[in-house]
Design a protein around this ligand. Structure first.
Ligand code: SF4
Length: 450
């Protein structure tokens, strides 16, 4: 039989320690060791407002965002509720039991207002990366690069035909940001091709059918990782097309060199990064070994000889054809100065028994050679080697990070609009992934690794 529970008056007054109520093996306890906002506090000072709407302590906002992205809490309203109710979240955010958690409307206004005025989230990401470097988790030996499509917060049903363009009365933050990045090679200037549809809510998001199923509006998140422990060394948001992703790879490699002195010995990537120009940039400009699948469209499908059937003689700078004739070049560059043509002599081709399999519709065969062909040859040789096979396996670590991003951190669709929204979300998610990795690789002293 149930009766009334007797509550002693004295029990209503007690001391409560948040510290004691957060389990020793809670993920946030482990992560907390690596969140170092001390140096950022000076920079954060300018974000404290003494006028107008009450501002949230920027450190509280960053800690709340870390909680949200580490635990896949995507809604700002839910994040505020969770921090209010969850003791571990309160402890991590340094909000006492009777401390006030901002309501979601104030949180949202502060996040999109004052925080957008600086690149504070990149500084937070870099602070965590610095810690990874200090802990010896980034060797700088082998890096991998890849990009993944993330759906934009744009209704595919409401897209308007790209040829018609945005209506003249289109306005809003999404449109303003779209106009601001029109000349940026990572967004508007990445291609001259008009997309099939444009979203009036977020015109920078790119209509793409790259996944093979139903097309949608998307951005690309680009990762540069150190393959040893799969630490994210850099992250960049771009429009969802290959040219922009290649540009992002270059930006990330150069930024990691400038900011942290990280010079990778080799770069791993798929054929999206295997153009002659990109391989030349890696090898000749930065001395990085290209463990990258070569992007090669020279194979012919009509049964005639492909370029691979011609062997290049480095010593004499000629190609040898299957018929044994040498194809030489005059050194004249075509294709905007990127390609040299090697030609067979007309009378030799005319007398050749293989002509019908080589150049049935032209008087003589010519073979194009990129000015970066040396870098392409190097990448081909690496691909055939044992190291190339190892690199292809290591490259999968970046795909696992993207899978983790979408399935565990639930970032399969953006909640913020515009390139700035994508930039903020991708930076925070990468920061959360690095923090979780730090917590996993460096367990608390009194805990044994799982
Ligand atoms: S057609 Fe000309 S280039 Fe082709 S195999 Fe014969 S000689 Fe060589």
């Amino acid at each position: 039989m149930m009766g009334h529970r007797r509550v002693e008056q004295a029990a209503l007054f007690y001391e409560f320690s948040l510290e004691k109520h957060v389990p020793g093996d809670h993920l946030l306890r482990s992560i907390d060791r690596f969140v170092e906002l001390g140096e950022l506090r000076r920079e954060l000072a300018s974000f404290y407002s003494t006028m107008g709407r009450p501002s949230i302590d920027p450190e509280l906002m960053i800690r709340m965002l870390i909680v949200g992205y580490c635990f896949g809490i995507r809604s700002e309203r839910r994040l505020c509720e969770e921090v209010h109710l969850n003791l571990a979240y309160r402890w991590f955010c340094r909000v006492g039991l009777d401390g006030q958690v901002p309501d979601h409307s104030t949180f949202s206004k502060n996040r999109h207002g004052r925080f957008r005025e600086s690149d504070l989230l990149r500084r937070v990401f870099e602070t965590v990366l610095m810690r990874c470097i200090r802990e010896g988790l980034v060797g700088g030996e082998g890096f991998a690069v890849d990009a993944s499509l993330i759906k934009a917060d744009a209704n595919r049903q409401k897209g308007i035909e790209g040829d018609k363009g945005l209506p003249p009365d289109a306005s809003g933050r999404g449109v303003e940001e779209y106009l601001a990045v029109l000349d940026d090679a990572a967004f508007g200037a990445a291609t001259g091709v008009t997309p099939k549809f444009v979203s009036p809510a977020d015109p920078t998001a790119r209509w793409t059918g790259a996944h093979g199923g139903q097309a949608f509006f998307a951005y690309s998140t680009n990762y540069l990782i150190d393959v040893e422990h799969a630490i994210i060394v850099d992250v960049e948001a771009t429009t969802a097309i290959r040219q922009a992703e290649v540009l992002a790879a270059k930006r990330m490699i150069e930024r990691s060199m400038d900011r942290f002195g990280l010079y990778p010995a080799r770069l791993m990537g798929d054929s999206a990064y295997g153009s002659a120009e990109m391989l030349g940039w890696l090898v000749y400009e930065h001395g990085i070994e290209p463990h990258v699948t070569v992007f090669d469209k020279s194979a012919r499908k009509d049964g005639t000889f492909s370029r691979d059937d011609f062997s290049y003689d480095h010593e004499h700078d000629v190609y040898h054809c299957p018929g044994g004739t040498a194809l030489a070049t005059t050194g004249t560059l075509v294709n905007d100065g990127t390609t040299m043509l090697y030609r067979a002599l007309q009378h030799e081709c005319a007398e050749c028994a293989l002509k019908s399999r080589c150049c049935p519709s032209t008087p003589a065969r010519k073979v194009p050679r990129s000015i970066h062909e040396g870098a392409r040859d190097m990448a081909r040789q690496i691909a055939k080697s044992w190291e190339g096979g190892t690199s292809r396996r290591l490259r999968k670590k970046i795909e696992m990070l993207f899978a983790h991003l979408k399935r565990i951190l639930k970032l399969d669709r953006l909640r913020l609009r515009g390139p700035t929204g994508a930039h903020d979300e991708f930076l925070l998610a990468a920061t959360a992934q690095n923090l979780r990795k730090l917590a996993k690789l460096i367990p608390l002293p009194n805990l044994k690794p799982a």
